[in-house]
Design a protein around this ligand. Sequence first.
Ligand code: 3PG
Length: 223
Amino acid sequence: MAKPLADHFSESLREQGVIPVIVLDQVADAVPLAEALSMGELSVLEITLRSSVGLECIETVAKYDRWMVGAGTVLNRDDARRAIDSGAQFIVSPGLDEGTVAYCQDRNIPIVPGVCTPSEAQRAINMGLRLVKFFPAEAFGGVATLKALKGPFPNLKFVPTGGIALENMDSYLELPNVLAVGGSWMVARPLLESKNFAQIGSLAHFARERVKSARHEGLGSLG
Ligand code: 3PG
């Protein structure tokens, strides 16, 4: 029997260890970008709705089986509906909105909403969630906050995002309650504007190597 999408998504994300948070201004860049990220072994991609072409980019990439594409910066039910209709296989939000979570749960679409306080973590658990984004990670205490949240919420896993890059990703990956980290550094706007897909591929590759060595050293959320 096929695995439920939520399990398939969280296993793919855990395996990848790092998810690129993408803002695209041109639909024509969507597939070349996804190909560049694939060169670095990143195939689970978050394309945000921060640009006017976000949905179209999701639709374009979703046509290919080789990528698992989700929508980021989903702020409400309508965003979620449009993203899912465009082929998004998972939904990411910067914050926790009950209506958006329920909409996705009703459709069996994995949703990773943002939380950064114990009250939000508790609300997320009471909505039946076991995986949330910790955003904005560095600004809200980073590793120390995640360590503190582990005590009262031992079964909640996080995808810290916001202020994370190659230099500090290890310190997050070694935490048992971190499934993967997120970030935009490998798809930074200047790289996209100059269509420097080779550099994007290299940065993705370095990020994946960092995940592999962290996992090899027995760190991170493998259980
Ligand atoms: C997000 O939406 O997840 C963040 O904007 C990404 O944060 P970063 O740009 O600091 O990586």
